[in-house]
Design a protein around this ligand. Structure first.
Ligand SMILES: CC(C)(COP(=O)(O)OP(=O)(O)OC[C@H]1O[C@@H](n2cnc3c(N)ncnc32)[C@H](O)[C@@H]1OP(=O)(O)O)[C@@H](O)C(=O)NCCC(=O)NCCS
Length: 201
């Protein structure tokens, strides 16, 4: 498995084009990220102004050219950004990484987050060969939990990650996309059952 994530990258499918951020996205980025739900549930600075936007695009570009993260604007046509989807915290040894997502307030409830997360998860599994794909979600973030569920992620039994933010102390649950290992175990169980009842699956 590669230890540097690919750059540049465009992922398409389900009416979505996920593409790298560009310098001329600054105004759209600020309009998307300067928003109460994003301030509440993500580590974005608030207010998110032009200066924050410039710093964000610079950091995104750095993370992309160094191969440390995948950070893509969510678009429908490769042009106007409507949100963002990320893969970061890559551990090449453990073959695991964390994913994240956000969608601008005017573009929500149209399947953009779940479509983008599905596309990036499939790419991470099939092309990057990552076995463990993780999400960290505050249990009070109903929208994010719905996205995770819709994309097939399941709550793990890992202890909550405690953090202190501007809204006081909170905790993040870990969600995981069941993978090949789970399927193999399931198939094994099916085969055990089949042997017991004289039927092959
Ligand atoms: C979470 C977020 C990305 C969802 O984006 P979205 O594009 O509206 O999500 P989708 O349209 O793909 O919705 C997927 C599912 O979530 C449900 N959902 C979306 N918003 C919801 C809400 N506020 N409350 C309950 N369910 C919600 C949808 O109904 C859909 O459910 P379904 O599978 O039963 O149809 C968006 O609300 C957001 O950007 N929030 C702020 C940032 C954030 O919390 N990021 C995640 C940090 S862990």
């Amino acid at each position: 498995m590669a230890t540097r994530l690919p750059y540049p990258l465009t992922l398409t499918g389900d009416g979505l084009v996920l593409r790298d951020w560009r310098p001329d996205d600054l105004d759209d980025l600020v309009a998307l990220l300067d928003e109460p739900d994003i301030a509440r549930w993500t580590p974005m600075p608030s207010p998110f102004d032009q200066e924050a936007g410039l710093a964000y695009l610079r950091r995104a570009h750095q993370g992309r050219i160094s191969g440390q993260r995948i950070q893509l604007a969510v678009t429908e046509d490769g042009e106007r950004p409507l949100g963002e989807v990320l893969l970061f915290g890559l551990d090449a040894g453990l073959k695991e990484a964390e994913l994240g997502y956000l969608v601008g307030a005017q573009h929500r409830r149209r399947g953009l987050a779940s479509g983008s997360l599905s596309l990036l998860s499939t790419y991470a599994r099939s092309t990057l060969k990552l076995g463990r794909l993780l999400l960290r979600i505050d249990p009070a973030n109903a929208a994010s939990i719905a996205v995770a569920r819709r994309c097939g992620y399941r709550l793990t039994g890992e202890p909550p990650i405690l953090q202190v933010g501007p809204y006081g102390p909170s905790s993040l649950d870990t969600w995981e996309l069941p993978g090949d290992r789970t399927e193999t175990r399931l198939e094994r169980l099916k085969n055990v059952a089949a042997r017991r009842y004289g039927r092959r699956t």
